[in-house]
Design a protein around this ligand. Structure first.
Ligand code: TXD
Length: 311
C-alpha cells in the first residue's frame, strides 16, 4: 500500500517545521511546494539526509510546480505573508487573498481528492477563500486556529498551577484574532473545572494573554510570527485525519446553521477523522459567551465582506 502523500504549500517557517515533523513521524511522504526557486528542494534534501538518524523512511522532496503535488491525499497550506511587529492578522488580507486564490486553483487542478488544512492568515477568511475557489466539499476543507489558541491557553494554565500540560484541556472558539473566545467554563485540570483552582482575576489574565499570544511572539521575534506551535497544531489535525482518530478539536469549519452561523468559517469544536470534518459539535453557551462568540463571528463576517469586494 502506498504511503499517504502530504503536500505542504508554502515552505517557509511553518512549512519547514511541518515537513520535518510529518516526515520524521512517518505520517506520510512529504512534498514541499514553494514559489521560491530551489528553496523547497534545499529544505527537503537537508531533512532527507537527517532521516536515517531518526530513523524515518518517509520521502521528503521539494518542488516549484503544482504537478509535484499531484495526487496528494492531504494538503496543508501556509503560503502567504506572516505578521511583523505592529501588524494585525487582518493587515495580511489583500496580499494573502491573491496568493490563496492561486494556491486553491493549483490544489484543485492537481490534488482534487485531497483533504485540506489551511493555516495562512487571516485564517477564517483564507479558509473561506480556499473553499470558494476550489469548490471542494466542506468536509475536506478546514482551518487551523483553535488547536493553537487552545494549546496556548492550556500551557498558561499548566504553568500557573505547576501541573502537567497534558492534564489541562481547553476550548477556544470563534475567529482567529483578538476576538477569539477562550471558554473558561470548559477549561478543566484533570477533569476538574479550572475555576476551582484559580481566581477570576488570574483566569482573566490568562484569557487576555491567550488572545494576545500570537502578538507576544511576533513582538519578540520581530522578523515573523510563531511557527513551531502553529505547525504542531496543524499536524495534530493532519494526524487525526490520516489515522482516523476522530479527535474532538476546535477547528475553523464551514457552519451552515450550526451556532446560528450560515455560510462562514469560524472556530467550533468538531470531530476530525478519515471523513475530514465528520461533525460539528454544538456546545451550550451562556449569555456572556454567546455575546463574545457573536462579536467574533461579526468580525469574521466583516473580513469576508472585504474579501468579497476584492479589497
Ligand atoms: O494558527 C495559525 N493559523 C497561524 C497562521 C499561526 C501563525 C502564523 N500563521 C500564518 O501562516 C502567517 O500569518 C502566514 O500567513 C502563514 C505562514 O507563516 P510562516 O511563518 O510560515 O511564513 P513564512 O516563513 O513567510 O512562509 C511563507 C511561505 C514563504 O516561503 C513564501 O515563499 C511562500 O509562503 N509563498 C508561497 N508559496 C506558494 N505559493 C505562493 N503563491 C506563495 N507566496 C508566498
Amino acid at each position: 500500500m502506498a504511503r499517504t502523500k502530504i503536500a505542504l504549500i508554502g515552505g517557509g517557517n511553518i512549512g519547514g517545521v511541518l515537513a520535518e515533523q510529518a516526515a520524521y513521524r512517518e505520517l506520510g511522504d512529504v512534498v514541499i511546494f514553494d514559489v521560491v526557486e530551489d528553496m523547497p528542494q534545499g529544505k527537503a534534501l537537508d531533512m532527507a539526509e537527517g532521516a536515517p538518524l531518526i530513523p524515518s523512511d518517509a520521502k521528503i522532496t521539494g518542488t516549484n510546480t503544482y504537478e509535484g503535488i499531484a495526487g496528494a491525499d492531504l494538503v496543508i497550506i501556509t503560503a502567504g505573508l506572516a505578521r511583523k511587529p505592529g501588524m494585525s492578522r487582518d493587515d495580511l488580507l489583500a496580499t494573502n487573498l491573491k496568493i490563496m486564490t492561486q494556491v486553491a486553483e493549483g490544489v484543485r487542478d492537481n490534488a482534487p481528492d485531497a483533504y485540506v488544512i489551511v493555516v495562512s492568515n487571516p485564517l477564517d477568511a483564507m479558509v473561506y477563500q480556499f473553499k470558494k475557489i476550489s469548490g471542494f466539499p466542506k468536509e475536506r476543507v478546514v482551518g487551523q486556529a483553535g488547536v493553537l489558541d487552545s494549546t496556548r491557553f492550556r500551557a498558561f494554565v499548566a504553568w500557573e498551577l505547576g501541573v502537567s500540560v497534558q492534564d489541562v484541556s481547553a476550548l477556544v472558539l470563534g475567529g482567529h484574532g483578538d476576538t477569539m473566545v477562550p471558554l473558561i467554563r470548559y477549561c478543566t485540570v484533570g477533569g476538574v473545572p479550572v475555576e476551582q483552582f484559580l481566581s477570576r482575576e488570574k483566569i482573566d489574565e490568562i484569557v487576555e494573554r491567550t488572545k494576545g499570544a500570537g502578538g507576544e511572539v511576533v513582538g519578540l521575534l520581530k522578523t515573523g510570527s510563531a511557527f513551531v506551535s502553529p505547525a504542531i497544531s496543524a499536524l495534530e489535525m493532519a494526524e487525526a485525519i490520516i489515522k482516523d482518530k476522530k479527535r474532538v478539536l476546535a477547528c475553523a469549519c464551514l457552519c451552515e446553521g450550526e451556532y446560528g452561523v450560515d455560510g462562514l468559517y469560524v472556530g467550533v469544536p468538531c470531530v476530525l477523522g478519515a471523513g475530514g470534518v465528520e461533525r460539528i459539535i454544538e456546545v451550550e453557551l451562556d449569555a456572556d459567551e454567546r455575546k463574545l462568540f457573536d462579536a467574533s463571528v461579526a468580525h469574521v463576517q466583516k473580513l469576508v465582506a472585504e474579501l468579497e469586494t476584492g479589497s
